[in-house]
Design a protein around this ligand. Sequence first.
Ligand code: MSP
Length: 492
Amino acid sequence: MILRCRFYFLIFSFYFVKKFYITTPIYYVNAKPHIGHAYTTIAADVLARFHRLQGKDVFLLTGTDEHGLKIQREAEKNKKKPQEFVDEISAEFRNLWEKLGIQYDRFIRTTDPSHKKAVQKVLQTLYDKGVIYKGEYEGLYCVACEQFRQESELIDGRCPDHDIVLEKVKEECYLLKLSEVHSKLIKKIESDEFAISPEQYKKEILSFLKSQPLRDISISRKNVSWGIPLPFDSKHTTYVWIDAFLNYLTGLGWNGDILRWHLRKAEDAILGFWPPDVQLIGKDILRVHATIWPAILIHLGIDLPKRLYVHGHILSGGRKMSKTLGNVISIEEMLEKFGKDGTRYLLMSAGTFGEDVDITTERMVEKYNADLANGIGNYLSRVLKLLKEISNFQYPIKLSDKSWALVRNIEISKALSEIWKIVWENDKFIEENKPWELAKSNKDKFNEVMQKLTSDLHLISELLIPFMPETSEKIKKALKTKKTEILFPRVK
Ligand code: MSP
């Protein structure tokens, strides 16, 4: 009987429970994780937690991008074998996600044997189809981007994103046909079949695509040993971006067999997550995600992701963070100072999600003390002190709220400010009504005031689940036990 129920439940969940697949970029392991990486990953976790809360079957994929010249060189510099080097740094990413409370469903590494095998299978398929061919490529290569850049993009001959001198590369290689998919791609982006948000990024990509022909790209390197050998020519290794993009497919456990994909996808529980509902990326990797990535999928006959959601960069004091400028804010320092939920809050509420956001330690300390130590922290402790005057208090749960509509729309920072509107409204309400006086002078009014204060606090705890899961739990527990707990100790 139990077995049968379980069987029907599985059938039910497979057909009726909506799936939600969300990915982060996979991070380069040439250096330790930093705030920028944490920013994307926390945002993905907020969205994943939100959709889980809505009863969906969610898959959050993240991981590390471990091949290529940049990493090969960094390992050499550190006098380590590449595998040993990437093992160490990849572990640092996983540790950090643990500290930040990231609930991922899979952490993929591009050095996983299953991923490597799948990449080779896919490349063989594309080669057999004739969309990969042998040729030569000449261009200027930026090792930091792991990309060829066009002369017209450079500033004083340097990479516009990394300010480094590019390396001239001219070598025999294999190329992937991009020109063939050009017009198809424009149509899919225009119609939002392959949506790019926010709107400004969709416009940017469309104007890029319409301004010039799409050049075929090199998908192999002859002089980079730290990579996946091409299955049809082992003198070459796979270009790191091709290897990396395929993680979004192999992360679901796909073994690279294209027949299996097309025949089995419909009834396979994990492959059934495809296509991704949201792929979060930073603006610096939009162009490759909107050209090379969909081109691979079109060539394979695989559906494109539903949406690429592009966020801006975190700047520090108006400038890109860099060791030379001395304006780097480390994520470890943030965690130490503000704790897990404090860090999540400060990053997700810094500026409008989607645009560049500027942070400084001073401003974060100020915001932490104002919004968390004072705002929600004070609200809770004041309510709890007064709650002791009442027995068997009941608070009705208000369900719908504007902030959830905003999260659904990936307007994460706006959703948080909606929640804080409730905090500030109640702050004012407490000042105006002085419930500690009402407790002595007017019991009915006191009850009424407390009714609003507690039910709003409960509502806030519900709304905070995706953003600050521990804080949400603490508030709920405090309301139940009527015990004061300091949510956020003040910081200096
Ligand atoms: N490995 C590639 C992605 C491959 S995905 C198939 C890569 N890695 S990265 O580690 O350099 O960057 C990963 C993500 O971090 C990108 O989305 C990038 O935009 C983001 N950030 C890196 N620095 C950032 C900030 N300062 N601010 C916000 N995000 C930034 O690119």
